[in-house]
Design a protein around this ligand. Structure first.
Ligand code: BTN
Length: 328
């Protein structure tokens, strides 16, 4: 947004008010073009006041993870670097956009797509993911050079990153729930979705979708879910808003950290860290299968990411991709 950025820097330089006429003179734009750009800045979360006598004043900076602000604070090696952050006020799904990009652009490694609002956000198992304004809805394109078998560990690395980031920025006691949910007091606050393309044992690309119920009203989200799924949001837990810019920065930095760890070290480390942050082990679980429900205790998570359940009938069951519901 080069033209908005010029207006933004003039507003910042001025500190107080600057008239529309002066902004127009400085930028070579018309007064109506200035007004349009100011409205766009407001949509991007900047509070620009207008006094009819004195002109415009930047009352407060944005807290949205818009690319030009995120790059200033983001401390990563390749994720979101080199203009690889795309921001949309509205889109159908960041995941859909990221997959299209990964399919057509071989240089898309590390690209981050963020949306303020998703019209048709997608959850695991093709469920709908409600994505109103106030949440963090993003997808990251990765082109991993790791064995295709490690792909099952990517969601664990991503969930761990989100859990770390929430703990660091909010001090809330976030936990991990198998396979890749982040919870607070047993209620889901964030979810991870992975789409990948694998050819001949080689990972062509992986798209990691991350959804965090940050500054949203969790009661609205609950209305759209099955009653057995309990959800919360950071705002509901904290009683106040949290910085979307700060939280997005932390998520991306931690995601890159665990991703590099997964590429260069034994997968075992990711699962060990995941287990330390999870409260599921030792808990009663019910495995909901199409024709039956198996009750048991969640005993372990194996290095390939599968969950070992000691069933009440003494059977050992390794769960790979089924949904489990933890009873509290
Ligand atoms: C889950 O079901 O727990 C996973 C939810 C993942 C939602 C995120 S929001 C950003 C990205 N775009 C989507 O459409 N879905 C993922």
């Amino acid at each position: 947004m080069p033209l908005e950025e010029i207006i933004l820097s003039l507003l910042r330089l001025q500190k107080g008010h600057i008239s529309a006429k002066n902004l127009a003179n400085e930028t070579g734009m018309s007064i109506s073009a200035i007004s349009k750009r100011i409205n766009l800045l407001r949509k991007y979360g900047y509070d620009v006041e207008l006094s009819h006598r004195r002109g415009y004043r930047l009352a407060s900076e944005t807290d949205l993870p818009v690319p030009w602000e995120l790059v200033k604070v983001l401390n990563t090696l390749f994720v979101g670097k080199d203009k690889k952050i795309i921001y949309r006020l509205t889109t159908h799904s960041t995941q859909k956009l990221a997959i299209l990009l990964a399919e057509k652009n071989p240089n898309s490694d590390g690209t981050v797509i963020i949306a303020e609002y998703q019209k048709s956000g997608r959850g695991r198992k093709n469920r709908k993911w409600l994505s109103p304004k106030g949440g963090i809805w993003l997808s990251v394109v990765l082109r991993p050079s790791m064995p295709a078998s490690n792909i099952t560990l990517l969601p664990f690395a991503a969930a761990l990153a989100v859990c770390d980031a929430i703990k660091k920025t909010t001090q809330l006691d976030a936990k991990l729930r198998w396979p890749n949910d982040v919870t607070i007091s047993g209620k889901k606050v964030a979810g991870i979705l992975i789409d990948s393309s694998i050819e001949a044992e080689r990972i062509n690309y992986a798209v990691i979708g991350i959804g965090v119920n940050a500054n949203v009203d969790s009661s609205i989200i609950s209305l759209h879910l099955e009653r057995s799924i309990k959800v919360t949001s950071l705002r509901n837990e904290l009683g106040h808003e949290t910085s979307l810019l700060g939280l997005t920065k932390e998520i991306l930095e931690r995601l890159e950290y665990y991703y590099i760890e997964l590429e260069h070290r034994v997968p075992h480390t990711i699962i060990e860290k995941w287990k330390k942050n999870s409260d599921i082990l030792g808990q009663k679980v019910a495995l909901m299968q199409s024709d039956r429900t198996i009750q048991g205790i969640a005993a372990d998570v194996k290095d390939d990411g599968s969950l070992l359940v000691k069933a009440d009938n003494c059977e050992d069951i390794y769960v790979v991709a089924s949904d489990i519901y933890v009873r509290y």
